[in-house]
Design a protein around this ligand. Structure first.
Ligand code: PGA
Ligand code: ZN
Length: 435
């Protein structure tokens, strides 16, 4: 059988879940397969991410992506037409070379990623395989990731209701993914009721589908989340809390500025506060605890919180060089992997594999501006990431990923990652509230 070749590439300007323009791309192959992908985009973007190209001007408030779309249709399309669709790594390398900028800023990382995703998906389709199977390359039963699910949002995703960006539930005691999602739904319902009683408004939904945390302080949100977990009937060795501080948004130099409290804290004082929280609440994971350039602060935080999953998002920006530094300096023990921080599927995959070799936990993540696509779920399963972060249990751009994982699990023959996937494993899952 001859190898399927790329016959057609077509990009267009689409919308993401925040209503902002984004690049969509479709790739067709000589054996009749197609791959289609719509690129996600962040709001609390790190300064070290690959560079999206935006048009500026008056259309869509400057967020238009017509130039990036044109680059796909005029440059990348003709360049990759005729190549074997299964050569996705070679195609990613060609695109990177054609852009010329390591951060893909010439034609835009959004242009590059749209091609990378559509080629990857078309490659799986052309082999008549599920995407996760193609990515797993025969590596054993599907590993369904442990989800961390957004319950309350603050920060840049909720009009800065409170300083901390994400308050998430981690159902690490669940025995299956389906059970994990149902457990989290119970927590969300309890939290919504508690929020209404506390004078918040549970109908107000943030960018990732979470409850908008219009409460007096970060502490008030944490207390409410812990109460919601309790009222839903879960022990702390079943349901934990994860935080995404998104501290790059709060950092001024190495200080952390809490607008909600009118306070400026040194990195050490801030970590004192986090340690206090880990004593009061069943916290298993803290993402971007410190600013993206405060390597020394991260190192000290990791030393002081050895039994917590310390997760680098903006710190690593899915970049191999930054990850290597973090491994060498023991800055963290986990990495968030976002394909559009890297700019291609292959780059993100290499970073994830490197992190695994170093013993880091890996969490594949959506963006706050996401899309109806579900390839992220297949990436998490195929790469055996162990964990996934997608946002809340509502809104279709979030549920499309959960629904895909439910689908894969329902087909049978899978394993659920559970708490073993957390960086600190069982050791971080301290004292039960039912003891
Ligand atoms: P973003 O947020 O997609 O707005 O960057 C997600 C995150 O910080 O994890
Ligand atoms: Zn983050």
């Amino acid at each position: 059988m001859t190898e399927p070749l790329i016959t057609h590439v077509h990009a267009w300007e689409a919308l993401d879940s925040r209503g902002r323009p984004t690049v969509a791309c479709r790739v067709a192959t000589s054996n009749g397969a197609q791959g289609r992908a719509v690129v996600p985009s962040g709001a609390s973007r790190g300064e070290h991410e690959a560079l999206e190209r935006r048009d500026g001007g008056h259309r869509y408030g400057g967020w238009g992506v017509r130039a990036a779309v044109d680059a796909v249709n005029a440059i990348y399309g003709p360049m990759i037409t005729g190549l074997p669709v299964s050569d996705r790594e070679a195609i990613d390398a060609l695109v990177e070379e054609r852009d010329g900028d390591p951060r893909l800023g010439t034609y835009g990382s959004n242009a590059a990623l749209s091609v990378s995703l559509a080629v990857t998906i078309a490659g799986a389709e052309s082999r008549n395989e599920q995407l996760w199977q193609t990515l797993a390359n025969g590596g054993g039963p599907a590993l369904i990731p442990l989800p961390m699910v957004n319950i309350f949002s603050g920060g840049a995703h909720a009009g800065r209701a409170v300083d901390v960006q994400d308050f998430l539930a981690v159902p690490h005691g669940a025995e299956s993914f389906a059970q994990a999602i149902e457990w989290v739904d119970r927590v969300r319902h309890q939290c919504a009721e508690l929020l209404d009683t506390a004078g918040g408004w549970s109908a107000l939904v943030a960018d990732e589908g979470g409850l908008s945390a219009r409460l007096a302080s970060n502490d008030a949100v944490l207390t409410l989340l812990a109460q919601g977990i309790d009222r839903a009937g879960f022990a702390h060795d079943e349901m934990g809390i994860a935080l995404d501080i998104a501290a790059s948004q709060l950092a001024d130099g190495d200080d952390i500025v809490l607008d909600g409290e009118g306070k400026r804290l040194s990195a050490d004082e801030w970590v004192d506060r986090l340690i206090e929280w880990t004593g009061l609440y069943p916290i298993v994971s803290i993402e971007d605890a410190l600013g993206e350039n405060d390597w020394e602060g991260w190192r000290r935080a990791a030393e002081r919180m050895p039994d917590i999953q310390l997760l680098g998002d903006d710190l690593f920006a899915t970049d191999a060089v930054r990850l290597d530094r973090g491994i060498a300096e023991r800055s963290a023990n986990a990495i968030l992997v976002k394909v559009n921080q890297a700019g291609s599927v292959s780059r993100a995959e290499r970073v994830l594999e490197r992190a695994k070799v170093a013993g880091f936990a890996t969490i594949v993540s959506a963006r706050s501006g996401d899309t109806e696509d579900y390839w992220l779920a297949d990436l998490a399963v195929g790469w055996r990431s162990g964990q996934i972060k997608v946002g809340s249990t509502m809104r279709s751009e979030r549920t499309s990923k959960w629904n895909r994982l439910l689908e894969i699990e329902s087909e049978g023959g899978t394993e659920f990652a559970g708490r073993q996937a957390l960086a600190s494993g069982i050791s971080s899952v301290r004292g039960s509230n039912r003891d």
